[in-house]
Design a protein around this ligand. Structure first.
Ligand code: NAD
Length: 659
């Protein structure tokens, strides 16, 4: 029997009277539960129910995933809140309809099963995961909460504390862990998935009731648990900036994990959060990330062999990252010690030891001849780098890409056109990579470099060559002003607290220590600034920052020793924020004016993912836009009067306001 024509779903009922409902979004490589797909699901579930099958199996026809969740675009423009609410309510009621089916329902999951996709799976009686499945409710990362029953059904299925942890972090769990948690009932290899679904459809599986559910049903116990969870979350997220986790905890505390009030609270919470600035900014940043990835997807040809020269801090980690992404990597250094150290680090970092075969130490640089991409990451010294590029030219194959990881040398100084592939430190943690191009570089090389960065799971942004590129250039004045304030006598703890209270991921004092005071000094000089005396003094005393245990903070075992100095109560926090942010925004505008990047969106993404700019604000340019570009411009002029020419508005403001 065949279903009537739906655009996103189709079903058939087999000889064993099992209905197989295939999710297959039209004109898309992945499945998304957009409005049409949810409406169709509502109808097709009715149709299947009328057929009275023995069981229902829901599966995806897409190769990479079960379902990526709801369509974020539909929430991005939150002007029609009534329409959004209607969509949310319909989604919730469809899930309930599946939940209430009089026969067993099974979600047969492979690949990503996220957000609304997992909520669909949770509405089923059973879940079978293929070994490659990844399950999660990432809504909190967008500043919202699950609203199709996920925040109610998950804590009623698995241990409530584990469920809350999953919802509050928005992280994904792999199939094996999901089985241990009771989130899925079976994990099977791909070849057995249909048989497994058929067996469970007809025979079911036993599930053990957990003591945690009984305890969590007692409101007094929920109150105590919620208090402790709240305290834990407070250490990570300021409720004024990130309200979603607190809303989720409150709903669970008040209503637990069953009953219509819990489902209603979920919808109300979602709508309330969606109206806030945080959700608006986080959703925008998410979509921006997707856009940057899609720009980089254009090139089909994949890089399979990479040769990295320089096995120091950056080169070793770049090589290890590429190896972990399945590429064949040769790693060259002039010292065997550096290579040994890199190989030991690879052993430490790499969980799948089979991948280690893909990383080959290469003292002589033999790998250059076979590589599709050669990345130079030797000392930041022009003469050394020039010699390396000359060696590469002799040995490389035609059509290979030659790239540099330099952070401050202009690409035009190199002997032939080279693309910048500028990773951030630490490579394993920082998502952003700047792909830097010059006028002489063929556009096709830039495209391939962008595609490579996307291929290895990083976020690429295209930047035109200039001193410091985009991120270092714009962060330098922010750090410079911060160091000046430290020189004026503000305790570093106070400065960092003001910045982190504002929402920066890390305070500027801590950031200077992490980068290294010597590196900051070099960067300031390269960018033409006169370094503050306090920085010179610290360096004279060999206080280089975290790396040698002394900087603006003192470190023990790699952690800053926390002291509570007397804060200067007369400090105006707003002025501190403006003093550090205005020069950064001014430099961003200068980059826009010079065409270093194409849009304010790219600047925001770069500063959030490359420098830890407060994500809930949506980036420095979004901050400026929210306050008003004209007001920021006026503030710059006022600060220029008070503090001098480092606040003078730079060319480029005319692109944003009428001057
Ligand atoms: P590093 O000093 O830790 O490592 C450099 C390595 O290059 C050393 O192991 C050295 O033995 C090797 N080397 C030097 N000359 C060589 C040659 N001719 N042939 C082969 N190997 C040679 O330096 P790093 O911090 O990894 O920086 C490397 C590059 O990355 C620099 O251009 C730097 O500007 C850039 N970068 C650094 C950071 C950072 O935070 N450290 C961040 C982004 C970019």
């Amino acid at each position: 029997m065949n279903s009537q024509a739906y655009k996103n779903w189709h079903f058939n009922i087999d000889d064993a009277q099992i209905a197989w409902l295939h999710f297959d979004n039209a004109n898309s490589k992945v499945n998304i539960l957009h409005t049409t797909a949810v409406k169709e699901l509502n109808d097709i579930v009715d149709e299947i129910k009328n057929n009275k099958p023995k069981a229902l199996v829901i599966l995806s026809d897409k190769s990479s995933a079960f379902c990526m969740g709801a369509d974020i675009h539909e929430f991005a423009d939150n002007t029609d809140l009534e329409a959004i609410k209607a969509h949310v309510m319909l989604g919730q009621s469809v899930m309930q309809k599946i939940n209430d089916l009089p026969f067993p329902s099974i979600a047969l999951i492979h690949g990503f099963c996220l957000g609304g996709g997992l909520e669909l799976a949770l509405a089923c009686r059973y879940r079978i995961a293929q070994e490659n499945a990844l399950l999660g409710l990432p809504e909190v990362r967008l500043g919202i909460e699950p609203a199709w029953g996920g925040s109610v059904r998950l804590p009623s299925l698995i241990h409530p504390l584990k469920a809350l942890n999953m919802i509050l972090t928005g992280g994904m769990v792999k199939a094996i862990l999901a089985k241990k948690m009771g989130l899925v009932d079976a994990v099977v290899p791909q070849r057995q998935r249909i048989n497994a679904a058929r067996y469970i459809a007809l025979n079911g599986v036993k599930r053990h009731k957990q003591l945690g559910h009984f305890l969590a049903s007692i409101s007094f116990i929920r109150n105590i648990a919620a208090f402790f969870i709240h305290e834990q979350v407070l250490k990570k997220a300021n409720p004024a900036h990130y309200p979603a986790p607190y809303q989720i905890i409150e709903n669970w505390q008040k209503f637990g994990a069953k009953g219509s009030a819990a489902y209603q609270a979920e919808v109300d919470g979602f709508m309330h959060l969606l109206k806030g600035e945080t959700a608006k900014n986080l959703v925008r940043i998410f979509l921006l990330q997707e856009e940057l990835k899609s720009v980089a997807k254009k090139v089909d040809e994949k890089i399979t062999r990479v040769h990295v020269i320089g096995a120091g801090t950056m080169g070793a980690d770049i090589a290890i990252w590429c190896m972990q992404k399945g590429l064949n990597v040769s790693l060259q250094d002039k010292t065997v010690e550096a290579l040994n150290h890199a190989m030991m680090r690879a052993h430490e970092l790499c969980q799948d030891k089979r991948l280690l075969d893909k990383l080959i130490p290469d003292v002589n640089g033999d790998g250059i001849a076979h590589a599709d991409l050669i990345i130079e990451a030797v000392f930041e010294d022009l003469t050394v780098k020039q010699a390396v590029f000359n060696e590469i030219k002799q040995k490389m194959k035609d059509n290979a890409i030659v790239a540099s990881n330099t952070s401050s040398i202009s690409l035009t100084e190199f002997p032939y056109p080279i693309v910048g592939i500028h990773f951030f430190n630490p490579v394993g943690k920082m998502q952003l990579v700047e792909v830097v191009h010059t006028d002489k570089l063929p556009a096709e090389i830039t495209e391939r470099a962008l595609a490579f960065v996307h291929q290895i799971g990083k976020l690429p942004i295209k930047v035109k060559n200039c001193p410091g590129f985009l991120v270092n250039r714009t962060v330098a004045p922010y750090l410079f002003e911060s160091v000046l304030m430290l020189e004026e006598g503000m305790p570093v703890e106070q400065l960092d607290k003001i910045a982190t209270d504002f929402g920066m991921v890390m305070g500027p004092g801590m950031m200077v220590d992490l980068i290294g005071l010597d590196i900051c000094l070099a960067a300031m000089k390269n960018l033409g600034a006169t370094p503050p005396q306090i920085l010179l003094n610290k360096i004279e005393h060999r206080h280089f920052g975290k790396k040698n245990g002394e900087g603006f903070y003192t470190y023990a075992n790699g952690k800053p020793i926390k002291i509570k100095p007397n804060f200067d109560e007369s400090v105006n926090n707003q002025e501190v924020i403006e003093r550090i942010l205005l020069p950064l925004i001014n430099e961003c505008v200068a980059c826009l004016g010079e065409g270093i990047v194409d849009s304010t969106d790219i600047i925001d993404a770069a500063l959030i993912f490359g420098a830890g700019f407060a994500p809930y604000i949506g980036g420095p340019m979004q901050y400026a836009k929210t306050i008003g570009y004209d007001k920021i411009f006026e503030k710059l002029k006022a600060y220029e009067q008070k503090y001098g020419s480092r606040f003078t508005p730079k060319p480029g403001w005319d692109l944003l306001i009428k001057l």
